[in-house]
Design a protein around this ligand. Structure first.
Ligand SMILES: NC(=O)c1ccc[n+]([C@@H]2O[C@H](COP(=O)([O-])OP(=O)(O)OC[C@H]3O[C@@H](n4cnc5c(N)ncnc54)[C@H](O)[C@@H]3O)[C@@H](O)[C@H]2O)c1
Length: 254
């Protein structure tokens, strides 16, 4: 295997590994020999992901709600007790919200967005970083969104939460760079997974309209996002730090 893509003897946590990007990333890293701690709030989905993986490579699954601080601590403990160290963490679990304009946003929508999409990342890093410092090396990849780089009509609370991920990513990147820990974020454009199954993003017409507004005239494929996630986490990516990487077919180039 090309050493730039060799993840053997590495250990990673992936949150939200039950479906979508998390599941595909689990497959990508498992194929490349990486031991994994996979967490999700959906036990059936998590078990279905596990079924897809090569069981000769280390795999631990854990039912976890990333909005609860204790779940982040438990996931790191599980990684270290099972595999001896933590090399990488992907804070990927996330949720969307009903499409509403800013003047209709509710406190409940905001609370849920910040509980999962912001606290999940913040408390994830809180426990992942010390484990990496113990090893003087580590890479955290947070999953933000193109909505973490700009506005998205009717997605105000999601946009705010994903911008918060940008702030957390850049702050931690600067705090821990000198100790060997890199922190970056990926910012995907729309890419059909379960998170897009909400009114306004669900129908073929909705998606065709979104695609028309892009330079490539198409949405992303989830595997394309995960290919970039794999590259960002790979041993060859040793100097990128604090970056918000758009994977958007050129949307932000306009
Ligand atoms: N698909 C897209 O178009 C897109 C675009 C930009 C960013 N993202 C981001 O990518 C990440 C992954 O989403 P996806 O597209 O794979 O969608 P998805 O819905 O398929 O996956 C999200 C996973 O997170 C899990 N999850 C939800 N709440 C959780 C919680 N509280 N604790 C633990 N797990 C929880 C879900 O069960 C699910 O398995 C999210 O952070 C999302 O915001 C997705």
């Amino acid at each position: 295997m090309d050493s730039l893509l060799d993840f053997s003897n590495k250990t990673a946590i992936i949150t939200g590994a039950g479906t979508g990007f998390g599941r595909l990333l689990a497959q990508s890293l498992n194929n490349r020999g990486c031991s994994l701690v996979l967490t999700d709030i959906n036990e059936d989905a998590l078990n279905a992901t596990k079924e897809l993986l090569d069981s000769k490579v280390g795999i631990k699954t854990m039912l976890a709600d990333v909005s609860k601080e204790s779940s982040s601590e438990e996931a790191v403990k599980l990684a270290v007790s099972s595999f001896g160290k933590l090399d990488m963490a992907v804070n990927n679990a996330g949720i969307a919200h009903t499409q509403v304009p800013t003047h209709e946003l509710t406190e409940a929508i905001f609370d849920k967005q910040f509980d999962v999409n912001v606290k999940g990342v913040a408390f994830g890093m809180k426990y992942q970083i010390p484990a990496m410092l113990a090893n003087k090396k580590g890479h955290i990849l947070n999953v933000s969104s193109l909505a973490g780089l700009g506005g998205a009509p009717k997605g105000g609370a999601y946009v705010a939460a994903k911008h918060a991920v940008a702030g957390l990513t850049k702050t931690a990147a600067v705090e821990y760079a000198r100790y060997g820990v890199q922190v970056n974020a990926i910012c995907p454009f729309f890419s059909p997974t379960n998170i897009m199954n909400i009114d306004g993003l669900l129908s073929d017409d909705d998606r065709a309209m979104l695609a028309r507004g892009t330079p490539m005239k198409r949405l992303g494929d989830p595997q394309e996002m995960v290919n970039v996630m794999t590259l960002l986490l790979s041993p060859g990516n040793s100097y990128m730090n604090g970056q918000m990487i758009a994977v958007d077919g050129g949307v932000t180039a306009w």
